[in-house]
Design a binder for this molecule. Structure first.
Ligand SMILES: Cc1cc2nc3c(=O)[nH]c(=O)nc-3n(C[C@H](O)[C@H](O)[C@H](O)COP(=O)(O)OP(=O)(O)OC[C@H]3O[C@@H](n4cnc5c(N)ncnc54)[C@H](O)[C@@H]3O)c2cc1C
Length: 540
């Protein structure tokens, strides 16, 4: 049945949040057999979209369908423009979406979701597309919902040290916006200049300062989430505890599979009065790893401890001339912050611990300029390593700190066995490894060999009691390793939770939680308490 209609709506926004809107909707040609009601808790029932079920639609029809919810310049359908969205930071995987939508308001997001729910159209939400696990990789039959245009701070509450922001606001932009009040947002992924707070929430992103100040989860107080039905739910709040189940913990790190984050209330911290950085130089990765365990074991919680091995030190030094010791096998950068007295005392303690654990030299940055220089090499380490080979693959796993030396030695052995160079640069204080495997995707079979080596490294993390992800999420990259980390029952529980929010599995389908069939295909086994069944058998 074909129908044409005009639906005029006067929608009054949440005071101070959404401006009063008058929307003119044109219900376009489509088969009317279902009505979708779009709700908003502050406004009640908003409008009804009459849309049909047509999974095999041509792009033109799809555009018309989404034109019910969005202006024309908020829909991208042209093939070359879609290529911009075909991958994220894990560029080995590419898949153009059928369409990209760029909503500018929560109401538009709700309407988009209602359409997708009705037509069983998969949705992949996207912040800045910096995910390193393929979290924002499009689905071949689906749309990408970009939050890029929703990038404003909505409310700043200085006395309570909180800010409510839109999901597309860049991580660093939050700190920049509150700098004049002596505040900042602590989690600082190395990608913070580009990545968005919505993407950080979805991945539970971490960074250099998360050792002391916690991951994204520990710095978020509340979320507003649009559900697959197009409803809005508020999770958490302005206080430390909220009644009911702790859905905030469930939502943070859920990789865009339970809903679309449309507003985030973040906790802000006062900028510390003093921060100093000390460099420890080592002739072995084991000694550097032991130093990290010793620092934490002695009750010192640095603002961050980062480790780089020789290939990473050399690459960074060539790139930014930070004065790094290019002959060293490993280097630690340890930052202490707090009052001047606290920092000075802890710098002395760390210097002694470095020496006790075999450091060949230590250097304390003498002023702010040198501190920035020390960090510049670490912050530029990924692009610096990117200059060493046509491609690199960043692995993200977490291990107990005491195993750092052992695991890094094993990674070196695996690197030799696979004849692929590996550079290590990572958040050592959290035991969060980032081995970067250097390869050339143009050499036939090298990508597959790289993935196999990556899988071996992650399996090693599990074997020493760690996990297959530290901060980059599972996405498509580590979905096979999920079969090793979790049992069938545990994975079925994840699927069950997911079905409560999204019964049709339309939100980021095929990511993060593998099906039983996929695990069988992957030929992977669950590791219980670090013990792999039949350890003598090779498995990837
Ligand atoms: C050079 C480099 C350095 C990096 N360093 C770090 C680091 O130190 N620490 C770290 O943790 N990560 C790091 N990353 C990875 C990446 O930056 C983070 O995972 C970041 O949180 C992704 O944010 P994004 O806005 O780019 O999200 P995207 O890449 O666009 O999306 C990531 C995931 O979030 C989902 N998503 C995005 N927005 C929403 C939303 N509003 N609602 C629901 N789901 C949503 C997507 O569907 C996808 O699953 C690094 C990446 C690069 C390229």
């Amino acid at each position: 049945m074909v129908n044409l209609g005009i639906l005029a709506l006067a929608i009054h926004g949440r005071p101070g949040f959404i401006p009063t809107l008058i929307l003119l909707y044109c219900a376009v040609e489509c088969e009317y057999h279902e009505e979708v009601i779009v709700h908003n808790p502050y406004m009640g029932r908003l409008f009804a979209l009459q849309i049909g079920d047509n999974r095999e639609m041509e792009t033109k029809q799809l555009v018309r369908l989404f034109s019910q919810a969005l202006p024309a310049d908020s829909i991208i359908s042209e093939k070359t423009s879609l290529r911009v969205y075909e991958s994220d930071g894990l560029s080995a995987y590419r898949q153009p979406p059928r369409l990209v939508v760029l909503p500018e308001s929560i109401i538009e997001i709700q309407a988009v979701m209602a359409i997708c729910q009705s037509h069983a159209i998969p949705i992949v939400s996207r912040g800045a597309g910096t995910s390193l696990s393929g979290g924002a990789l499009p689905h071949k039959d689906g749309i990408v919902l970009s939050l890029a245009r929703m990038n404003q701070m909505l409310e700043l509450d200085v006395p309570n040290r909180t800010a409510t922001v839109q999901p597309g606001m860049r991580n660093l932009a939050i700190s920049e916006s509150v700098e004049e009040h002596g505040l900042y947002y602590a989690p600082d992924p190395s990608s913070q200049i580009a990545c968005t707070i919505g993407g950080n929430v979805a991945e539970n992103a971490g960074g250099v300062h998360c050792l002391k100040y916690g991951l994204t989860l520990h710095n978020i107080l509340g979320l507003q989430v649009a559900t697959m039905e197009g409803d809005l739910i508020d999770i958490g709040g302005n206080s430390l505890d909220a009644p009911g189940f702790d859905l905030l913990s469930l939502m943070v790190g859920s990789e865009g599979m339970l809903g679309i984050v449309v507003e985030v209330t973040v906790r802000l911290l006062p900028v510390p009065t003093c921060a100093k950085v000390i460099m420890g130089i080592f002739d072995s990765v084991v000694k550097a790893g032991d130093s990290v365990a010793a620092i934490i074991g002695n009750g010192i919680i640095p603002a961050g401890i980062e480790m780089m091995d020789n290939p990473a030190i050399r690459a960074a030094e060539d790139f930014v001339n930070a004065g790094y010791p290019v002959e060293a096998e490993a280097m630690l950068l340890c930052e202490l912050d707090g009052t001047v007295q606290e920092v000075d005392e802890q710098i002395d303690q760390v210097e002694i611990l470095f020496a006790d654990n075999g450091a060949v030299d230590t250097r304390v940055a003498k002023d702010e300029e040198e501190r920035a220089l020390f960090w510049s090499g670490r912050k530029a380490a990924f692009p610096a390593i990117g200059r060493l080979s046509p491609d690199y693959y960043c692995i993200d796993g977490t291990i107990p700190r005491r195993s750092l030396g052992h695991v890094l030695t094993k990674i070196n052995q695996l690197s030799a066995q696979y004849q692929l160079r590996v550079a290590n640069v990572f958040h050592a204080g959290d035991g969060n490894l980032h081995p970067l495997i250097l390869y050339d995707a143009n050499v036939p079979g090298e990508l597959e060999k790289t993935e196999e080596l990556g899988s071996r490294i992650l399996q090693l993390c599990i074997e020493v009691g760690g996990t297959i992800t530290g901060e980059h999420g599972v996405g498509v990259e580590k979905i096979g390793e999920m079969c090793i980390q979790f049992s069938d029952d545990e994975r079925e529980q994840f699927h069950g939770i997911r079905r409560c929010f999204d019964p049709k599995s339309l939100l980021n389908p095929g990511k993060a939680i593998p099906t039983l069939a996929r695990c069988a295909e992957h030929n992977a086994m669950h590791v219980h308490r670090g013990e792999v069944p039949f350890p003598e058998l090779e498995r990837f």
